[in-house]
Write a protein that binds this ligand. Structure first.
Ligand SMILES: Cc1cc2nc3c(=O)[nH]c(=O)nc-3n(C[C@H](O)[C@H](O)[C@H](O)COP(=O)(O)OP(=O)(O)OC[C@H]3O[C@@H](n4cnc5c(N)ncnc54)[C@H](O)[C@@H]3O)c2cc1C
Length: 238
């Protein structure tokens, strides 16, 4: 029994048969990001699975997201991880993100991910040590993120920091992966999931705009983001 509609299931199976599965071995042995798989899933409407129908998405929720990630993991666990983190980030962006980005995600042209975990906070990722500071008419982010799936491969990061001014544990930002001052500190060299590019990212003086704040300052966690982590797993309400 699957939560997916018959056309969605057909689209998923076609993308897996034609693109995801044939490249899975190379993705793993060479630790290569599964770009072709991501493109195929975008074209199949599956990157927009949890985007609202009002922005062109499929309007799915957690059962649909789970069905896709579970099925992908049977053939390519790296692709499954990348898509899982994309759905987590999309859950936040659907609530607080700009409509243009939401439309790009729904159209399958924009990959996102969460940049929560940090070298300093580790599993306690709801309490980031990284900072956001007003500098002139901009906000400047500094961080040592410890794991970001699809690092430098995603189009954007849903990024946590300490609040700007408000009380609270964290604030969330939409950060372009092309922003100046971001660097991938090292390649992913874990056991398994070798193509998922879950690498550390350093931010040094990364400038964003006040409008890139997702939701309210200081309310990044837990209710607003609707993401939870039990130390090794993220759960996002989508
Ligand atoms: C493949 C992969 C992809 C990932 N992708 C992302 C991503 O896209 N975005 C992102 O933000 N993060 C991501 N993560 C990070 C993941 O959420 C972290 O691994 C997690 O937050 C745990 O942090 P840590 O590895 O530093 O473990 P640690 O904090 O070192 O924890 C190790 C163990 O110690 C326990 N522990 C820690 N602190 C305490 C304490 N005070 N008291 C008792 N026990 C404690 C933990 O429960 C755990 O069992 C990814 C991780 C992996 C493996």
């Amino acid at each position: 029994m699957t939560a997916l509609s018959s056309p969605q299931l057909d689209a998923l199976e076609t993308a897996i048969r034609d693109v995801v599965a044939p490249q899975a071995l190379e993705t793993d042995t060479q630790g290569r990001f599964p770009r072709a798989a991501v493109t195929a899933l975008g074209q199949a409407g599956l990157l927009g699975l949890v985007s609202a129908s009002s922005v062109g998405g499929a309007g799915g929720g957690l059962p649909q997201a789970r069905a896709v990630v579970e099925r992908l993991a049977q053939d390519c666990s790296s692709t499954a991880m990348v898509v899982c983190m994309h759905y987590c980030a999309t859950a936040v962006l659907e609530q607080f993100g700009p409509e243009a980005v939401r439309r790009e995600i729904a159209a399958g042209r924009h990959l996102s991910t969460l940049a929560f975990s940090e070298a300093e906070s580790r599993s306690h990722f709801w309490a980031p040590a990284s900072t956001a500071k007003v500098q002139g008419d901009q906000v400047v982010l500094d961080a040592r993120k410890s794991w970001v799936t699809s690092a430098a491969e995603a189009d954007s990061y849903v990024w946590s920091s300490q609040p700007l001014k408000a009380e609270g544990a964290s604030s969330l930002w939409l950060v372009s992966s092309k922003a100046a001052g971001l660097s991938v500190a090292s390649a992913f060299d874990g056991l398994g999931l070798r193509g998922n590019a879950s690498s550390p990212i350093t931010a040094q003086g990364v400038a964003v705009q006040a409008r890139d704040l997702l939701g309210e300052d200081g309310k990044g966690y837990p209710r607003r983001a609707r993401c939870q982590c039990d130390g090794t797993h993220f759960r996002c309400a989508v």
